[in-house]
Design a protein around this ligand. Structure first.
Ligand code: SF4
Length: 290
C-alpha cells in the first residue's frame, strides 16, 4: 500500500458546512459538508498513513473533537497542526488526548524573543507550556523551525530547549520564496554554507530527538554523520509567514561532481540568485573539511 497521509484542512471554513478537505495527494477541493469530511475519514484505509488535521488553528474549530474521535475510532493515528497555545490548559490538552489525538506538529521560529517578534505577540511561553503538557500526556510532538537571518545564530539554544521539554521530532526547514513575498525572501534568506555550519554545529543534539528531518535543502547542505536523520526534499513548504509555495530546483557545475546527483533535483534557484554560485563553492569547501 502506498503510504500517504490523509490531510484534512479545516481552517478555511467558519461554518461547519464550509470545511475544506485536502485529498491525500494534496490536491485541494472543497467538501460541501462536514458529513462528506467524515465520510472521507471512514473510507480512508487503516494503515495507509496518519490522519492529519490542519488549517488555521484547528483547536478552535467546533467540530475538531468529533473528527479526532471518529478518526481514532476508525483505527487511525490522529495528528493535528497547532500553535499548541490552547494546550497550555492541561484540561483542554487532556480532553484532546482522551478523544484520540496522539501526535501534534507545531512551529517555533526560534528562541523566545525571535518567535514572539515573528508572531507579533507574546506567545512563546504559552506554546512551550502547551508542548510540555502534551509531552506529559504522552503525545508525540514535532516542532518545525525555518532557517532565516533572525534565528540562524540561536539554533543551539533552541535545540537545548526542545530537548529539555521533550520534543520527539525536529523538522529543520529551508525558507521558501513566495510569489508575492520574494522581497522578504531576499531579506531573510541565508546561504547554504551558513546552514551547513549551523547543522554541523547542532548535529551533536540530533540523537537526543527520535527523529530530525531536514526539509527544503539538498543533501549537500547536510553534514556527514550517522544520525537519526531523514533528509526530505523539496521545495514545497510554508514560508515564514505561512504561505505555501513551490520552486523548481536548479543544478550547477558542482552537481556534476556530486555523489547525490542521481537522486537530487538541485539547489533552490532563488538562493543562488541572491548569494551567487560562489556561495555553493564555499559550501563545497566546507564539506571537504567536514
Ligand atoms: S546534486 Fe547538486 S544540489 Fe544535489 S546534493 Fe549534489 S551538489 Fe547538492
Amino acid at each position: 500500500m502506498v503510504h500517504e497521509n490523509l490531510v484534512l484542512n479545516i481552517g478555511g471554513g467558519k461554518k461547519e458546512d464550509q470545511i475544506l478537505f485536502l485529498s491525500p495527494d494534496a490536491v485541494e477541493f472543497e467538501a460541501n459538508s462536514y458529513r462528506e469530511t467524515k465520510k472521507k475519514i471512514k473510507e480512508y484505509p487503516v494503515g495507509k498513513g496518519i490522519v492529519e488535521i490542519i488549517g488555521g488553528e484547528p483547536t478552535h474549530n467546533s467540530k475538531i473533537l468529533e473528527l479526532i474521535e471518529l478518526a481514532k475510532d476508525s483505527g487511525h493515528i490522529v495528528s493535528i497542526e497547532t500553535d499548541c497555545r490552547n494546550f497550555s490548559d492541561m484540561k483542554k490538552a487532556q480532553n484532546f488526548v482522551d478523544k484520540g489525538m496522539e501526535r501534534v506538529s507545531t512551529e517555533l521560529h526560534g528562541t523566545k524573543n525571535i518567535h514572539n517578534s515573528i508572531i507579533g505577540e507574546e506567545v512563546f511561553e504559552e506554546t512551550i507550556k502547551g508542548i510540555e503538557n502534551l509531552v506529559e500526556l504522552g503525545v508525540d510532538v514535532s516542532v518545525s523551525t525555518i532557517f532565516h537571518v533572525k534565528n540562524i545564530d540561536y539554533f543551539d539554544e533552541l535545540a537545548e530547549k526542545l530537548i529539555y521539554i521533550g520534543v520527539s521530532e525536529w523538522v529543520l526547514n529551508g525558507l521558501s520564496p513566495t510569489d508575492f513575498g520574494i522581497e522578504r525572501y531576499k531579506e531573510l534568506a541565508v546561504p547554504h554554507y551558513e546552514v551547513f555550519d549551523t547543522l554541523k554545529d547542532i548535529s551533536k543534539y540530533f540523537d537526543d530527538f527520535e527523529v530530525v528531518k531536514i526539509v527544503n535543502f539538498p543533501e549537500c547542505v547536510t553534514p556527514f554523520g550517522d544520525y537519526n536523520l531523514i533528509n526530505i526534499s523539496y521545495f514545497e513548504s510554508l514560508d515564514i509567514f505561512g504561505s505555501t509555495t513551490t520552486e523548481e530546483p536548479v543544478k550547477n557545475k558542482f552537481c556534476k561532481l556530486c555523489n547525490f546527483s542521481e537522486n537530487c533535483k538541485g539547489f533552490m534557484k532563488s538562493n543562488i540568485d541572491i548569494f551567487g554560485e560562489e556561495s555553493i563553492e564555499k559550501l563545497w569547501k566546507k564539506r571537504k573539511l567536514n
